[in-house]
Ligand binder design. Structure first.
Ligand code: CP3
Length: 354
């Protein structure tokens, strides 16, 4: 396997010294890039793009050709796992993801099997190994999954939701059913992430996009507990290096201490959190990733640069910060603004790493 030429991202996650703050963007391969839209059109639709390892590799590399990013992220989706469990994932134009067969009853949950990552999810593994080979050591490759709670919201609701009515009803009225689902998902995700590492992923991230919809106590019971189970079961060393694990609960700013206790290496922060405060609270335990509001990329470039400078100053001196957006980049962002953002992080951060 090719030697890693730029390991700033892996080093920062382990709080080892770096020359400047590494940066990547959540959803960096996506619709804000015209070349992504062209490749997706070539594939036909989004899931066909995910299932074609050559095209999935192509779109993973597209943002790296434009920008000096410090990491690549596997092009796939968190919903491949429920799809592999037999729910029938499809995307309705303008409506986001949907499942043909939601699992909103205990009988449906009982029938679910844990998918074999090398079989039902073999196309993802093929994408991982292809991307790792094509990266040729340029930057590390991030593998990822959704958290059990976040995956369960889509599986029980049948798609995206604003109110989480069905799953919250299940959580409070039929908790045993939901725990059975979350437990199967934790096992599925652990196997899936370990298979990504076996196929070449060098770092792992768990997206808990909807953990913030839970109450203080329900977050621990229905989301954090299952992320803990996953962290406990992950391969943490491969290819002669540590494989850092990052947990990201959107809206989880109040729970950083509890998240840091899981034994993960880093926490992703959304833009509601003051990164200086987060560092004081958990910076002795974990690295931090984030946290510019993705909508800031709509601002004029000098305003973006000012925001970058404030976040860098907020984190302060030394390693342990991976710059990122607080959530995914929006599809109508001007790619030039994304480029100015990445340049600003590198140029302005050298002073914090002397
Ligand atoms: O970051 C990357 O470049 C890697 C690819 C990636 C995608 N989805 C591609 C994608 C990653 C890491 C994800 C994760 C994902 N998917 C999450 C967690 C992160 C988050 O945003 O909170 C979630 C909740 C999903 C579920 C999902 N997939 C939704 C809600 C949608 C529709 C979104 C929309 O804007 O329409 C998707 C589809 C999806 N996944 C797209 C991409 C690039 C857009 C699909 C398209 O090309 O039409």
């Amino acid at each position: 396997m090719a030697e890693l030429k730029n390991d700033r991202y892996l080093r920062a996650l382990l709080k080892q010294p770096v020359d400047m703050t590494p940066v990547w963007m959540m959803r960096q391969a996506g619709r804000y890039l015209p070349e992504y839209k062209a490749t997706r059109a070539q594939a036909g639709d989004f899931m066909s793009l995910c299932k074609n390892h050559e095209l999935a590799c192509e779109v993973t590399l597209q943002p790296l050709r434009r920008y000096e990013l410090d990491a690549a992220i596997l092009f796939s989706d968190i919903l491949t796992v429920p799809d592999a469990m037999g729910l029938g994932l499809y995307f309705e134009a303008g409506e986001g993801p949907r499942f043909e067969r939601p699992t909103d009853t205990i009988d449906a949950i009982k029938k679910l099997a844990v998918p074999d990552p090398e079989d039902e999810l073999g196309y993802v593994m093929k994408a991982v190994s292809t991307i790792r080979r094509e990266l040729n050591g340029q930057v590390p490759l991030i593998g990822f999954s959704g958290s059990p709670w976040t995956l369960a919201t889509y599986m029980v609701e049948g798609g995206s939701s604003k109110t989480f009515e069905k799953i919250k009803k299940m959580a409070y009225a039929e908790p045993a059913a939901l725990h059975m689902l979350l437990d199967k998902l934790a096992d599925s995700v652990t196997l899936y992430l370990n298979a990504q590492v076996a196929n070449g992923a060098q770092s792992l991230m768990i997206f808990d996009s909807w953990g913030g919809a839970l109450s203080h106590t329900a977050y621990r019971e229905f989301s954090l507990r299952y992320m803990q189970k996953i962290v406990d079961g992950l391969t943490r060393f491969a290819d002669g290096r540590q494989v850092p694990v990052t947990l990201f609960t959107k809206g989880g700013g109040l729970w950083l201490e509890a998240m840091a206790e899981t034994g993960c290496d880093a926490l992703g922060l959304d833009w509601t959190v003051d990164i200086a405060d987060a560092r004081r609270r958990v910076g002795h335990k974990v690295a931090l990733q984030g946290n510019m509001d993705p909508s800031m990329l709509y601002a004029p470039i000098p305003r973006i640069e000012e925001e970058v400078s404030q976040i860098l100053a907020g984190y302060g001196e030394g390693s342990g910060h991976v710059f990122n957006l607080g959530h995914g980049i929006h599809q109508h962002v001007d790619p030039e603004h994304a480029g100015a953002f990445i340049k600003a992080v590198h140029a302005q951060s050298k002073q914090y790493h002397k």
